[in-house]
Design a binder for this molecule. Structure first.
Ligand code: ZN
Length: 657
């Protein structure tokens, strides 16, 4: 009976979802999903969804469709929800959320054209420079946080010696208890050396990856001290703020602060030539290269790689978490880069990412601004039209060439084969598992609330607790391969976050209190279960795909058991107790049902809802036993009586003692 009501209620609920109010009185409203399906059919195009249309309704739906244009129709239908489309093929459109840091190339052109109406010589550009430099600092709130720095000396590791260079790790305390870890690559030769600060991007394995070590060490061999450091919430920073910390506006501030603080420390070293100071990074590291060059006048040469554009600010919170691009009424990385004029700058771009526009758009603009200073030749562009978004050999060669030229480095030492690629742990300051972290080190992103405000870290703290739970779930499997552990943890983390976010956006209240079909009032748990069921199947499918890629079927089951607190085994034990002569065949059927319950419960919001799913399948198990010639009610009564008798006997025994 329970199951029947449930199914009916579900039907009523799905009817509610698609019910049209396609009348004048109902503002000709239709569900958005239905309208998009119709557009796909009508114009014979495929739509890829990176958006959630569940429950969304579009007033005046049909009037927004233009029979002569799929793109105008999509724009009209999507824009009320702040969604957009990106054409991905001849008849393929990807539907996405509005992305504030990303615009089209054409928008970039319009902005550049507009900016060039604002200044046309050195004097007018200087005015703009002063304004932008001031406003970027203000919008980043950097000075407020720089004033909180401890100024404590860095923790330095032993020096490792290699062919023509040495490497030393450091941990520098920026805010009290918050550290940035990195490595200093120093030429072996005596005397003062040029310095290059190298903020990192989001390439896999962070600053530990091979191409990064090659670049640092090669430049050191050529005569420049190079310093790289972890992104906030990457590398050793995960012990402090977890990877969730990176997804905050705080990342934008802290990373800038790290760059400034590391430069402050390096400038005190006797082996640094303070007149030759460079900054260089790729992708997100390129965004930071530009930002650091705006915040810090000590730089004398800058080289942003595969990043600088007029139409993309960098999509990560560490690049666009703080509204710096609103400075001066609206700016972009190309203009912030131009503030470096007339000091030498090399922009490295490629043909397969957003920097494809550099040779025709951003570079001519930079030349124009540098031209105000009679220094058009001081800005160069190495464009690699056949290459993509990476820090490959040709990009590194562009970097070597540029710094060799501006800092007079020894190009005869340019030989990447002489570089020793170190294992990751060599580059750690805090030991393999962070065990050497200083006592005062913060160990949760939540602790940053005291500096940046609770709101700034609330979402990250919630993610951090999901991450910790995910780590616990995978730890219970006793795996040994670090890579497998990481991938499995990420799979669970992504799933649990997707489930949480979906439920937060679709609480049980989206299900009507009264089941329309039966008139019965639904309980909160029933409504929650219905809301649970509406989660897109892709969430479940992705978990299975990600786990099956790295775990055995038994291990995947063990993960599911962790999600459902061992309910399958526990309930099986109950059946064996209640039905002492349970046959293997019966056990198999029952276990099958319970495993189905377990799988269905993976996307449940609460423990109560998980239990409820198991209840439905337990009813199925009991119906099965009855159909197999058993009398479940009687078996259960017998079991309860037996337990009572056992308890009484136990009590009597204890009383005798
Ligand atoms: Zn980032």
């Amino acid at each position: 009976m329970k199951k029947l009501t449930f199914t009916l209620a579900l039907l009523a609920c799905s009817a509610l979802q698609t019910q049209a109010q396609n009348t004048f009185e109902g503002q000709f409203t239709r569900p958005l999903g239905e309208v998009l399906d119709e557009i796909a059919t009508r114009f014979n195009v495929r739509l890829k969804y990176d958006i959630d249309t569940t429950g969304l309704k579009l007033p005046y739906a049909d009037s927004r469709i233009r029979p002569y244009s799929v793109e105008e129709s999509l724009t009209n239908v999507l824009s009320p929800f702040d969604y957009k489309f990106v054409k991905q093929g001849n008849a393929l459109y990807k539907l996405k959320k509005y992305e504030y840091p990303r615009r089209t190339d054409a928008d970039g052109r319009k902005l550049i054209d507009y900016l060039l109406t604002q200044y046309n010589d050195q004097v007018s550009f200087e005015k703009r420079r002063v304004l932008l430099k001031k406003e970027v600092r203000e919008r980043l709130q950097i000075d407020k946080y720089l004033s909180l720095r401890t100024g404590s000396a860095p923790i330095l590791s032993k020096i490792r010696k290699y062919d023509g260079y040495t490497v030393q790790n450091f941990a520098l305390e920026t805010l009290p208890g918050l550290y940035v870890c990195g490595s200093i690559y120093t030429p072996k030769s005596k005397g003062k050396h040029a310095l290059i600060i190298c903020p990192n991007g989001h390439f896999g394995n962070g600053r530990y990856r091979e191409d990064q070590q090659q670049r640092m060490a090669t430049l050191a061999r050529m005569g420049a001290i190079c310093v790289d450091y972890d992104l906030f919430g990457w590398g050793e920073s995960v012990y402090q703020v977890s990877s969730a910390g990176h997804q905050t506006s705080v990342a934008h501030i802290v990373q800038a602060m790290n760059g400034i603080s590391i430069l402050d420390y390096m400038m005190t070293r006797k082996d640094v030539d303070t007149t030759r100071v460079g900054v260089n990074g790729g992708s997100g590291g390129g965004s930071q290269t530009v930002l650091l060059s705006v915040l810090d006048d000590r730089y004398t040469a800058s080289c942003p790689v595969v990043s600088l554009a007029s139409h993309f600010d960098g999509g990560c919170p560490c690049e666009s978490g703080m509204p710096i691009m609103l400075a001066g009424g609206g700016t972009c990385n190309a203009e912030l880069g131009a503030l470096f004029a007339p000091k030498p700058m090399c922009v490295v771009s490629d043909g397969k990412d957003w920097t494809a526009s550099t040779p025709t758009l951003e570079y001519p603009y930079l030349q124009k601004v540098y031209g105000f200073y009679g220094a058009a030749d001081k800005v160069t562009n190495v464009h690699l039209p056949k290459e993509g978004h990476d820090f490959g050999p040709n990009k590194r060669n562009a970097v070597y060439d540029f710094f060799a030229g501006v800092f007079n480095l020894d190009k005869s030492k340019l030989d990447e084969s002489k570089v020793t690629i170190e294992p990751f742990e060599n580059l750690y300051s805090f030991g393999k598992k962070g065990e050497k972290m200083p006592e005062n080190a913060i160990r949760s992103v939540n602790e940053l609330g005291k500096y940046f405000g609770k709101d700034a870290v609330r979402a990250a703290a919630a993610d951090e607790s999901v991450l910790k739970k995910s780590q616990e779930i995978i730890a219970a499997l006793n795996l040994t391969d670090e890579k497998v552990i990481n991938l499995a943890t990420t799979a669970v983390y992504n799933h649990r976050r997707a489930v949480r976010d979906w439920h937060n956006a679709h609480p049980y209240t989206i299900i009507p209190e009264v089941d329309k079909a039966t008139g019965r009032k639904l309980s909160k748990v029933e409504r929650e279960m219905m809301a649970d069921k509406m989660i897109p199947e892709s969430v479940h499918a992705r978990l299975l795909k990600d786990l099956n890629r790295v775990l055995t079927p038994e291990q995947v089951e063990a993960v599911f058991d962790q999600y459902t607190v061992g309910k399958v085994a526990f309930t099986m034990k109950g059946y064996y107790a209640i039905v002492p002569d349970l046959t293997d065949e019966e056990a198999k059927v029952i276990e099958g049902h319970l495993k189905q319950a377990r799988e269905e419960a993976l996307e449940c919001k609460s423990m109560k809802a998980i239990s409820q799913v198991f209840e439905i399948y337990k009813t199925k198990c009991e119906q099965y036993l009855n159909s197999n010639g058993r009398d479940w009610k009687q078996l259960f009564r017998d079991y309860v009586n037996k337990r009572k008798a056992e308890k009484a006997a136990q009590k009597a025994k204890e009383a005798k003692k």
